[in-house]
Design a protein around this ligand. Structure first.
Ligand SMILES: Cc1cc2nc3c(=O)[nH]c(=O)nc-3n(C[C@H](O)[C@H](O)[C@H](O)COP(=O)(O)OP(=O)(O)OC[C@H]3O[C@@H](n4cnc5c(N)ncnc54)[C@H](O)[C@@H]3O)c2cc1C
Length: 395
């Protein structure tokens, strides 16, 4: 949505000046700091720690949260930021998504005033990093069935269980562990770095988002002060509220990956000559490029409207799911076409598309798979839930 990226319908006219400013700030940062060095980190499966202080200077941590040193940006601006990071690199986008949205939003939405004051300012400065521990080895799509337990013992809670796929779980200062209390209700418990019994191991062998780390976590009698239980989380429904509020940014991230792949494919097609002419001059290649642009333009419009609805407090869970489902599927097809247009170069990490192609697979799955999003939308439009099968309702 600017001169240097596909904006076929002049959607930039729909943006507020401060939204354009923040998008351009993130874009300039990514062009200078992320794109030139990320392939190397991705190939080595290393997290670019050197970027964290620079990300902090950008002043974007906390996204839409108001106060506590957070930028309080509009949902459109937050979406543009998410798309710009993804356009440069899915791993860096995921790091920010986990910290700014999943972790900080959990505290902002489900903590009380004292907890927000205690944790958010240092997280907004990125002096403290957050993580969001929901998924377990046996509970992914059905996270509602989570088995990690929290037992009250005097002034503490004692946590036991296992978590899997937890972004930033090995490096975070504050890990929000979602666990089931003795009354059966799910609560959020903030585990601070160094707490005995908390063991996190970086997951290896990933073929996507290689430059950001997810953790497998074991919690063995982890003692958390009672004041670290998020005060306003009463049940799993509250956790879902956080996920609903962050899911629309994943739709924007799919748009970012699709945009980058389209731009790279177009540039390559204009440069690469076969049979004596640029491949961009061949009808079949133009057909692919035109269809990619059509999907990207539709995705931009949906993203913008969804964020406007969020700004007005009218975005429902199913609205966010519809965009995540649609955009992840469309972006997945676009990055695959881009990979094809680059020929053999499409599987060389130096050309960037290979990385986007691989990273898109993770975006397709996390924060609710394609099928789960479809089931959320299906429940909304039919009034019938096909999600839970025969599993009894859990709190
Ligand atoms: C890179 C990455 C980062 C992540 N980061 C985090 C994080 O920071 N914190 C966190 O808590 N989690 C995180 N996750 C976990 C993520 O949210 C889960 O992977 C996701 O919810 C899917 O769960 P699963 O992998 O166990 O797949 P499963 O739930 O086992 O799904 C396998 C397949 O079954 C299908 N399926 C499941 N249920 C149904 C149904 N009712 N009807 C039809 N089909 C169904 C799914 O659509 C999918 O195709 C991350 C995952 C990845 C890959």
């Amino acid at each position: 949505m600017s001169e240097s990226s596909p904006d076929f319908y002049d959607l930039e006219e729909l943006l507020e000046p401060e939204e354009i400013e923040i998008r351009d700030r993130v874009r300039a940062f990514c062009e200078k700091e992320v794109t030139p060095r990320i392939n190397d980190y991705w190939e080595r499966a290393e997290f670019p720690f050197e970027l964290v202080p620079k990300l902090a200077e950008l002043g974007i941590a906390g996204g839409t949260i108001e106060g506590y040193g957070c930028p309080g940006m509009s949902n459109v601006a937050a979406g543009l930021v998410a798309a710009e990071f993804a356009r440069a690199d899915g791993s860096v986008g995921t790091f920010n998504g986990v910290h700014s949205f999943l972790a900080m939003q959990s505290i902002a939405m489900l903590g009380d005033e004292e907890q927000r004051e205690r944790w958010l300012p240092a997280m907004a400065r990125m002096e403290r990093i957050g993580a969001f521990g929901l998924t377990e080895p046996a509970h992914g799509s059905d996270a509602v069935g989570l088995e990690t337990s929290a037992r009250r013992d005097g002034d503490s809670y004692v946590l036991n269980g296992q978590k899997k796929w937890i972004g930033n779980g090995t490096i975070a200062d504050h890990v929000i562990i979602w666990a089931r209390g003795e009354d059966g209700a799910v609560g959020g418990y903030v585990v601070d770095k160094g707490t005995p019994g908390y063991e996190a191991r970086v997951m290896t062998g990933k073929t996507a988002l290689r430059a950001v780390w997810q953790a497998e976590i074991t919690l063995h009698d982890v003692r958390v002060p009672a004041q670290n239980r998020l005060a306003n989380c009463r049940s799993f429904k509250d956790v879902s509220l956080v996920l609903d509020r962050t899911r629309y940014t994943v739709a924007w991230r799919a748009l970012g990956l699709a945009t980058a792949s389209y731009e790279l494919a177009l540039a390559h097609a204009l440069r690469r000559e076969q049979f004596g002419s640029p491949i961009a001059g061949y009808q079949l290649v133009q057909d692919k490029l035109a269809r990619m642009l059509a999907e990207i333009t539709a995705m931009q419009l949906m993203c913008w409207r969804l964020s406007k609805l969020a700004d007005a407090g009218r975005m429902t869970a199913a609205m966010a799911s519809l965009a995540k489902m649609n955009h992840a599927a469309k972006a997945r097809a676009i990055v695959a076409d881009a990979r094809d247009i680059l020929g053999g170069d499409g599987i060389l990490v130096d050309h960037h598309v290979a990385r986007h192609h691989a990273d898109m697979e993770a975006v397709f799955t996390f924060e609710g798979t394609d099928s789960v999003q479809a089931l959320i939308v299906g429940r909304e439009i039919t009034g019938l839930s096909a999600i839970s099968g025969r599993r009894p309702e859990r709190r």
